[in-house]
Design a protein around this ligand. Sequence first.
Ligand SMILES: NC(=O)c1ccc[n+]([C@@H]2O[C@H](COP(=O)([O-])OP(=O)(O)OC[C@H]3O[C@@H](n4cnc5c(N)ncnc54)[C@H](O)[C@@H]3O)[C@@H](O)[C@H]2O)c1
Length: 331
Amino acid sequence: MTKILNKKILITGGAGFIGSNLCEYFLVDNEVICLDNFSTGYRHNIERFLSNSKFTLVEGDIRDFKTCELAVSGVDYVLHHAALGSVPRSINDPITSNEVNVSGFLNMLTASRNANVKRFIYAASSSTYGDSEALPKREDVIGKPLSPYAVTKYVNELYADVFSKTYGIETIGLRYFNVFGRNQDPNGAYAAVIPKFVAQFLNHESPVINGDGEFSRDFTYVDNVIHMNELAMLTENPEAINTVYNTAFGERTTLNELVNTLKEFLSAYDKEIATVPIVYAQNRVGDIPHSLASIDKAKALLNYQPQFSMKEGLKEAVKWYWNNLQEKSKK
Ligand SMILES: NC(=O)c1ccc[n+]([C@@H]2O[C@H](COP(=O)([O-])OP(=O)(O)OC[C@H]3O[C@@H](n4cnc5c(N)ncnc54)[C@H](O)[C@@H]3O)[C@@H](O)[C@H]2O)c1
């Protein structure tokens, strides 16, 4: 059972990786509206919810203000996740990333304020730490953004802060750190590293690590992210609202460790994977060497306790990808 009950929740980007997991979780005890234009999300992520009378799909674009107004009407909470992710995508096409991530965000925030929603919770990003070398990352010490994507996510925080001060709308930003888990897309040029490596291993192809593999990330299982969204909805502590939180497990893993753990877990399903070699290539532009979150603020103000370590989450994710592959091969 969810701790949020009988509310009307708008999940933008609800057909995407994180959004579809949020839809599934909150739909158990609430009404869920999913707003998505399927640009990077998939109908198959939400197909099974379509027959549920508590689920509504609004197929539309957050760049259109009227669509945002329609979707947010009568809503208690907004979990804003629609955006164009990926640093390389934003480097290739900064204009579209800005239109969706900044103008689209402002549309949703304005529509939410006009509709008097109880709270606007949004997907912020660890990319906001930019060139700050401090480790672990604490919410109040950020550097300069290293990509157009990072700029858009930082601007989201600035708008949310200004809107809460100027108009009184309650906002909470969740700075996600390398989220992974079920429904994450392994395909395309902008796929995240975990689903991409899993798909490569399953095809007996070598995963390619950019750099020497000693860069590290605070890989965060999607269930910890769901938990943080729920805590952000639940809190009534004024100190905990109108601010941002790192959303992570709070440990870092190098890419070499990651790829070896994946290999080990996947080999339990397919022994041949143990023999697949790893390939190393050049570092990517805009990549920071290390990322590690302090989760002290979320622990202190939201009572956050991450439920899955990186390895526990990875085991679940690998099982999901394997089962998914078996189901597809039966069709
Ligand atoms: N996955 C991560 O590790 C991570 C890390 C930091 C921040 N985030 C943020 O979390 C959010 C969700 O990310 P995700 O990994 O689930 O990505 P995703 O691409 O799977 O989901 C984004 C969803 O937004 C939808 N969308 C994009 N543009 C839209 C538009 N103009 N109108 C309506 N819908 C639109 C897409 O179709 C997709 O379903 C994003 O805001 C992303 O920036 C994710």
